[in-house]
Design a protein around this ligand. Sequence first.
Ligand code: N01
Length: 542
Amino acid sequence: MTTQTPKPTTIHETEVLVAGAGFSGLYLLHRLRSEGHRVHVVESAPEVGGTWYWNRYPGARCDVESVDYSYSWDEDLQQEWDWTEKYPAQGDILAYLKHVADRFDLRKDIDFNTTLSSATWDESQGLWTAETDDGRVYRARYLLMAIGCLSTPKEVDLPGFDRYTGEVLRTWNWPEGEDLAGKNVAVVGTGSTGAQVIPALAETVADLTVLQRTPNFVIPTRNRPLQDGELEAVKAEYADRRDRNRNHPAGVFRDDNEKNVADVDAEELRATFEERWEGGGINFLGSFADLMFEQSANDAVVEFVHSKIAEIVDDQEVADSLKPEGYPLGAKRPVVATDYYETFNRPNVHLIDVKKTPLASFTETGIELADGTTEDFDAVVLATGFDAFTGSFTKMDIRGTGNRSLAEAWGTEGAKTQLGLATAGFPNMIIVANVGSPSVLANMVTAIEQHVEWISQLLADMRENGYTMIEAEKDAQEKWAATVEEVAAMTLWPNGDSGSWYRGANIEGKPQLFMPYAAGVVEYGDAIEKSAANGYAGFVRS
Ligand code: N01
């Protein structure tokens, strides 16, 4: 009998290991590599793109304008890339990120189809050891978590769903080319994803049933092709435009009305809302300065959107079901979509309001409602959301000092960070545009660039001053977590029974903390710069 010697595991050694090759990971790789760091990226997907690789469902589109939802750090790149529509479709963003990967020769330092399952801090060596789900090992001084805020789907919690034997499609992992044309389809979920996939599917499927639990405020996108000369005009003044983005709390190019609702009469109120509704997009949120701060102002915008729903939707019973009640506009992420309310006037589209008629169970072929009615479908589309911010961290076995588990720490106390950049007990693990920073409340690309630039400054400083370890101070972290909560409490974001993923309320048992930093990228930038200028105050370095 021969005994086989196990093959020694090859350990991939690097200085900086980046998890994720989306907008954050690609910029980190380019920036840190060009500053002389040894950087390696691991990515679960077979391609770059992150969120924009996976979420390729029909209708997927970003609600930040194309010319702003792109990198600002290379003048030639921003001059040479031609966007064609006001808001970029998923495929356009993916094409852009593939171009970036090729143009800056990034692929050679990315391992695709590589999913980290664990990462352990080795105190004696001051290194992270990360393992993949197929047994490969990486060792690095710094572990940069560029894994996105909305990358891990919420587990399916629909009654009896495992009984259903028909086709199941998930918006967060849509099969290439699948369009469901001519089929009887049900969509579960009416968040940003549902509101995009529903109108797109309605055009091709035979019959579409929408299962809605909580209605959302859906603002029309008004997407359109860029007009002749429009892109050239942006490019001529790109630096100024990017500068304006960096100086708007939401990291976008937006003209906000400085007036409060109380400053105007009923006529101006309606006219302002109408104009912004017609203009489309997130700009609608800039209708008045106090929309997210004064309940009465928010009530006014809610009333306006309700009136729009009643005006657009023919069947007033359906319209009533589509009207969000009991939480302010904005407490759940406002939804921007094309022809969403109009879609419910189509003869092939039916709304089931499961708050009125609860879903008793899925059956082998469809659903049964509490009133005994049944419906059968060829396919069910799940647009049921994400275990936002923390889900992609806690599904990995991340162990810090003293073998402490991140999933346990965040699972009991909630996800607390120092300035959204690191969490106590997990040295040299740096978090990119996620919990504790503006992230999802801003143009993600602006937020990401701000983080990447701060991290590059940090690593340069560490190198120059001979430091090899940085860790969040526990006290500073507690203070920052309290600040994040306090700032959110000044707004209407945490209000109402919205079940928002902003505070983990869509996941049963998840500790509820308001996770993004609501003051926006300008104040946040000041806070992180102040820490850096004061010797990285709130962090311990050695
Ligand atoms: O996820 P969601 P999403 N039974 O959590 C429903 C970004 N994004 O993928 O509210 C019945 O918002 C759930 O109902 P309820 C954007 O930041 C951006 O749509 O929990 N329903 C809800 O309706 C966005 O906010 C863009 O009652 C169930 C839906 O599923 C974020 O991604 C495009 C259910 C989930 O909505 C997430 O959006 C797309 C159940 N058991 C996404 N479980 C753009 O840039 C869940 N639901 C335009």
